[in-house]
Structures are given as C-alpha cells and as structure tokens.
Design a binder for this molecule. Structure first.
Ligand code: AMP
Length: 372
C-alpha cells in the first residue's frame, strides 16, 4: 500500500474538525496547526500547538504534511508566505489577499462586473460629510480587516456619529458602506478542482441576528432561475479569476430589481462556511468532503441534495440530547459555552419545505439560547 497523503490545516476550530472528519473516509490524515491547546480539531487530527510566528514549529508542520489549507482567512500573510516556500497552499495566497481586506474584496468584485454595496475607503483625509455623501446615510462603518460575525462594524446615521465612531478605531483602516435594502441574504458555496472543474450547491438562504448566522436553508426558498444563473456566473467568474482551488463562499444580498430580483455581493470567504454545514447530512458530498477532495487533487462530482435542509446554530449553550427532536442531527464542537459563541449546530433534512419550517420552529427554543 502506498503512503497516504497528509493534509495540513491552519486553524483547529470546528471547520478544521469537520474537514478532518471528512478526510478520514478518503484515506487522508490531517494535521492541524493552532495555538489554542484545546482547539476542537485536536480530537480528530494531529495537533501542532504553537504560535503562528513560531518558524521552527511551522517548519515541523510543513515537513509533516503534503498540502496545506486553512479554515479561516485572517491568518497572518507572513505565516502563509513562509509555509508556501515549503509546501503548496490551497486556496492560493492571492485569494487570501483579496479576502482579508473588505476594500480589496469589494474592488475585486466590482472589477469582475458584479454589484456590491456603495463603499468608500475611509482614509483619514476624507471628511465624514464627504464619505456619507458618497455612500448615502445611514451607512455602515467597518474595519477593513479582521471583522467577522458582525464584529468591527457599526451603523452611523450622520457625520457627527461617524466622526465619533472613527475616533474609537484609532489608526485601524476603515471602510464606509451604504446600507443595502436587501430582501434576503444568501450564500453561494462552490468548489473548484485544480483542473478547473467547478460545481456548486443551489443558493442557500441565511438568517442573521446581531450579526451572527442563526439559520440557513437549502435550497433557498427565495431562489429563482434567474438568481441561480447569476450565482453560476459569480461562482465561475470569481473562481477562474484567481485560479482558485477548494471551496469558496460568496455571501450576497438579494435585492429587488426591475423584472425580479438580483444579487449584490457582500463578501467572500475563501473556505468552507457555516451556511454550508447542512451539506454533511443534506447532500451526497458535504462542503468539507469537497474541500478536501479539491485541495488533494481528487475528483469532484456535482452534488445531489437529499431534499430540503436547514442548519440551526447552537449559540452560547448546548441543549441536552433528550431535548433534540427525533431525526434532527446534532454536531457539538467541544467548545466551552459562553454567550455569543457558536458551540454546535443542528441539521434538519426533510422531503418538503413545510415540514422543514415546522421542525426549525420546534428547534428554535433550543437554538435561541443566550445571545448577548
Ligand atoms: P458582514 O460582516 O459584512 O458579513 O456583515 C454582517 C451582517 O451585517 C450581514 O450578514 C448583514 O446582515 C449586515 N450587513 C453588512 N453589510 C451590510 C450592508 N452594506 N447593508 C446592509 N446590511 C449589511
């Protein structure tokens, strides 16, 4: 028997945990690199517990694996560039560079011909009045880097509020976005293999509360043939533009347009995504299976859905096993519960939308626990 390939994952959270679990039936062993001694993925992968700037530990990690991927986009570029000199990193550094900065990300989406929220680079010399004039008020102030789950952003109504908000960020680089009057939020999860083969799930519809994803439904109840066709165009254009390998998520707003609705790109995630967790039970290939296959050069086939699926995040606390309705799958991340923290999720898969909605309602008491 030939030696099995080894996949290295930067970050050892729940995304790495589910990736490592998907890799096992493919005959692939995973190593994860995470400074947290209790990183969830340590339970199903070999854990390298060291800082992202510990070059000796990074070299040991690179020597132990064949290919490197990552579970989050905010890894220091210096760490990724260092590793890239030792082993291939997929998705590539250029994708990471685009996705780490909201300004680069939106400029990139526009350069490919897709719509985004109006935005301006909030350089110190730009007055709050002029910035608001450019994007319209009220607007959303966001840090260019490191924001997630609604962190690092706030709504401002006028120039005085924007002045005050800017002052609280010190020297951090900021972007100001116009508010998109969206009807729905959706995500496009697609995967591209090294030979350019690309497949994707149908649009997924997402509901957030306090900036945190609460539920995702696939296929999106709001989907139309026109939206799916635009989603195809977005996925293939973006993936091909950077020669992407792996799973890419594009978060979009659905907005009213003459003759129907259209998609406005909000952000890219160069990785598996929370809104795709339902695919473990709800599709022939999960997003984790796809990502591992793509970065390891294995074949990818189009997904078939097993009916309607929903993901419900468990935020802040975990329900007891006996409280979970029969037939609903639970995934626990082995994280210490605290308010606002994603500690697990539920997946519901049904043959019709009405039963799906009914079961989501039955689970909402379990999933609505302790939002700060
Ligand atoms: P983000 O961190 O950019 O994904 O934003 C978190 C959530 O804030 C999104 O899922 C939306 O619900 C909301 N949001 C962010 N940007 C905008 C925008 N420009 N217009 C309207 N809502 C937004």
């Amino acid at each position: 028997m030939t030696a099995r390939p080894v996949l290295g994952i930067l970050g050892g959270g729940q995304l790495a945990q589910m990736m490592a679990l998907a890799a096992i039936p493919l005959g692939i062993q995973c190593h994860v690199y995470d400074p947290d001694p209790v990183a969830p993925a340590r339970l199903c992968a070999i854990h390298h517990c060291a800082a992202y700037d510990d070059t000796a530990a990074l070299v040991r990690f690179a020597e132990a694996v064949d290919v490197i991927t990552y579970e989050f986009e905010n890894i220091p570029l210096s760490c990724v560039s260092f590793l890239n000199a030792h082993k291939p990193i997929m998705p590539g550094i250029s994708a990471l560079q685009v996705c780490q900065d909201r300004l680069t990300e939106k400029t990139f989406a526009r350069s490919l011909g897709f719509a985004t929220a109006p935005f301006v680079d909030l350089v110190p010399t730009l007055s709050s009045t002029d910035a608001l004039h450019a994007v319209g008020a009220p607007a959303i102030l966001k840090t260019r880097r490191m924001g997630y789950d609604g962190k690092g952003q706030q709504i401002v109504q006028n120039a005085e509020e924007l002045d005050r908000a800017r002052a609280t960020y010190g020297t951090l680089e900021l972007i100001l976005e116009g508010i998109v009057p969206f009807l729905h939020e959706v995500s496009i999860i697609s995967v591209r293999a090294p030979d350019g083969t690309t497949v994707r799930y149908p649009l997924i519809q997402n509901t957030h509360r306090h900036g945190i994803l609460r539920t995702s439904i696939a296929p999106a109840p709001c989907h139309t043939a026109a939206l799916e066709s635009l989603a195809d165009q977005i996925a293939s254009t973006v993936l091909d533009a950077v020669g992407y390998v792996g799973v890419l998520t594009v978060e979009c707003f659905v907005v009213a347009a003459p003759g129907g609705s259209t998609l406005v790109i909000n952000e890219f995630a160069p990785r598996v995504h929370n809104s795709g967790h339902w695919s473990i039970e709800g599709a022939t290939h999960s997003q984790f299976d796809y990502h591992v296959r793509a970065v390891m050069g294995l074949r990818i086939d189009p997904p078939e859905l097993r009916g309607w699926s929903a993901l419900c995040n468990l935020i802040g606390d975990e329900p007891a096993d006996n409280d979970i309705p029969v037939g609903v799958a639970v995934h626990r991340y082995h994280k210490t519960p605290r308010p606002g923290r994603k500690v697990g999720h539920l997946t519901i898969t049904t043959t019709d939308h009405a039963t799906l909605q009914h079961t989501i309602d039955a689970c909402s008491e379990l999933t609505g626990i302790r939002i700060p």
